[in-house]
Design a protein around this ligand. Structure first.
Ligand code: AMP
Length: 191
C-alpha cells in the first residue's frame, strides 16, 4: 500500500516508453498498471467479444471507439485493487475520454493526483517502435502501422496534453535519457 492514494495518468506518443516506466512506477508504488492497449491485445488473443470488436482497429493503428474504452476503464477502476490508486497507460487518448475520466473520478471523489507526459522526438519514436516490433513481434509495430499510430496520436491524443496543461495538471518528463533516470525523475515527483 502506498502511504497515500496516487492516481496517475501517463501520457506520451507510442514508443515514448510509457509501458516500461509504468511497470517500474506501479511496482514501486504497489498500484495496478492499467494499460488499455494491453487489455485489448489480451482480449484479441483470447478471441473474446471485446477482442472481436476491437481487432480491426488495433491492426490498423486506429483508435477503438471512445464508448468501448470508457466502459472498459469504468469497469476496471471499480475493482478493489484500485483503492490505493492506479496508473493509467494509454488512456485517455481523446478529449472525450479525458473528460469522461474526470467525470467518473469526480463522482468517485477520487481525482487524479498526477499527470505525466513523456516527451520524445519523432525520429526516436519510430526507431524504437521498429526495433520493438522486431523483438516482440507485436503485430502493430510495423512501419506502416507505426506511421498511422503516430498520425492518430498527433491528431487525436495531442489535445489531451493541452487539456491537462490548461488546468495546470501536466508535468512533462523528457523521455530521451536512460530508463533509470526517467523513473527516478518520476518517482522523485511522486514522493
Ligand atoms: P497501446 O498499447 O497503448 O499502444 O495501444 C495499442 C492499440 O490499442 C492502439 O493503437 C489502439 O488501437 C488501441 N487503444 C489503446 N488504448 C486506447 C484508447 N484509450 N482509446 C482508443 N484506442 C486505444
Amino acid at each position: 500500500m502506498p502511504d497515500r492514494e496516487i492516481r496517475i495518468v501517463l501520457l506520451g506518443a507510442p514508443g515514448a516508453g510509457k509501458g516500461t516506466q509504468a511497470e517500474t512506477i506501479s511496482s514501486d508504488k504497489s498500484i495496478p498498471h492499467i494499460s488499455t492497449g494491453e487489455i485489448m491485445r489480451q482480449a484479441v488473443a483470447q478471441g473474446s467479444d471485446l477482442g472481436l470488436k476491437v481487432k480491426s482497429y488495433l491492426d490498423a493503428g486506429k483508435l477503438v471507439p471512445d464508448e468501448l474504452v470508457i466502459d472498459l476503464i469504468k469497469d476496471r477502476l471499480s475493482h478493489p485493487d484500485c483503492l490505493p490508486g492506479f496508473l493509467l497507460d494509454g488512456f485517455p487518448r481523446t478529449l472525450t475520454q479525458a473528460e469522461a475520466l474526470d467525470h467518473l473520478l469526480a463522482e468517485m471523489n477520487k481525482p487524479l493526483t498526477h499527470v505525466f507526459e513523456l516527451t520524445v522526438p519523432d525520429e526516436m519514436l519510430i526507431e524504437r517502435l521498429v526495433n520493438r516490433g522486431k523483438k516482440s513481434g507485436r503485430s502493430d509495430d510495423t512501419r506502416e502501422v507505426i506511421e498511422q499510430r503516430l498520425k492518430t496520436y498527433y491528431e487525436q491524443t495531442a489535445p489531451v496534453s493541452d487539456y491537462y496543461s490548461k488546468s495546470s495538471r501536466l508535468t512533462e518528463v523528457k523521455g530521451t535519457s536512460t530508463i533509470k533516470k526517467i523513473s527516478q525523475s518520476i518517482l522523485e515527483q511522486l514522493n
